[in-house]
Design a protein around this ligand. Structure first.
Ligand code: IPM
Ligand code: MG
Length: 323
């Protein structure tokens, strides 16, 4: 398995080495190679991500991705969005698990309000929300399959009471859920967001459009104690990229205070994608063991630094190997 590693900017270069070391401990057979994209590269070379970088990412079996700071250039397109488009990573999978709840948010990752079709006029600016049959069908099918595998339920987050584009999205999701024999319901995204926070145990798989999924997944961070804990997978038919839900957090970068759990859990999702379910479980177990010992980063009320937490995690993995 060839893994491209993009540390990125801000806290990316602090949390990704922890995640990579965990992966290396479990899978010494994996081959890692670095790809540099982002603000740092832009500041140095004037280009944040070139065609060679995209080719390098495409040459990997999987990508472990940190976070990227957007350069202060009005014409600049988010590198992450460009990568999602160029690699056609259409399903953004964001699990939110805690005491008594296990939610899988499936966010459409290539269209909706992130269509990139936008322009500025003198007295207004427009962004076109594009929902296609093809885009909706593949994400709906992906989500319905996940719900089927979990013998669960699919909730279709939408705003079809206002948006014609979501009438289409909802229709197609219902078709796919019905075809897959999955129990489903549809809910308006505003009320749904509140209800997920109030009654998380009632939810299983939630499928929604791009921006709604972006907002819902950050809001759901409230359930687990913050964004420092939430991993994600960006999956397409040919490529897959794993990244923490959080951004580059420049305010705490370089202070050894970032929580590496989101990045480490993303590497567990990478293992799961690679078919190594056992490895993924080992990572979750190691995280649980370290937290149970009271080792926590400041966002979780502790005093451990990113590196200390990473060392403890690595030791917990080694300890698992002893009979
Ligand atoms: C996310 C982020 C990105 C998004 C940004 C950084 C472009 O918020 O992955 O949730 O909006 O998708
Ligand atoms: Mg976001």
């Amino acid at each position: 398995m060839k893994v491209a590693v993009v540390e990125g900017d801000g806290i990316g270069p602090e949390v990704i080495p922890v995640a990579r070391r965990v992966l290396e401990a479990i899978r010494p057979d994996f081959e890692f190679f670095p790809v540099e994209v982002g603000y740092g590269k832009w500041a140095r070379t004037g280009c944040a991500c070139d065609a060679d970088d995209i080719a390098a990412l495409k040459s990997a079996d999987t990508i472990l991705f940190g976070a990227i700071t957007t350069p202060p250039d009005p014409d600049y397109l988010s590198i992450l969005l460009r990568i999602r488009h160029e690699l056609d990573l259409y399903a953004n999978v964001r699990p939110v698990r805690g005491e008594g709840f296990d939610i899988l948010i499936i966010r459409e990752n290539t269209e909706g309000l992130y269509s990139g079709i936008e322009w500025r006029e003198e007295d207004r600016a427009c962004t076109v929300r594009v929902i296609t049959v093809k885009g909706s069908r593949r994400i709906a099918r992906f989500a319905a399959e996940r719900a089927q595998r979990r013998e669960g339920h699919l909730t279709i987050g939408n705003k079809a009471n206002v948006l014609k584009s979501d009438v289409l999205f909802r229709e197609i999701c219902i078709e796919e859920a019905t075809d897959a024999g999955v129990k489903w319901d549809a809910a308006f995204i505003d009320a749904l967001t509140l209800d997920v926070l109030m009654h998380p145990a009632q939810y299983d798989v939630i499928v929604t459009t791009n921006l709604f999924g972006d907002i819902l997944s950050d809001a759901a961070g409230y359930l687990v104690g913050g964004l420092g804990l939430l991993p994600s997978a960006n999956i397409g038919d040919r490529h897959a990229l794993f990244e923490p839900v959080h951004g580059s957090a420049p305010d705490i970068a370089g202070t050894d205070r970032a929580n590496p759990i989101a990045a480490v859990r993303s590497s567990a999702m990478l293992l799961d994608y690679a078919g190594d379910r056992e490895g993924a479980v080992r990572i979750e177990t190691a995280i649980r063991d370290v937290l149970a010992r009271g080792i926590r980063t400041p966002d979780m009320g502790g005093r451990a630094g990113t590196r200390t937490f990473g060392d403890a995690l690595w030791q917990a993995l080694q300890a698992q190997k002893q009979p």
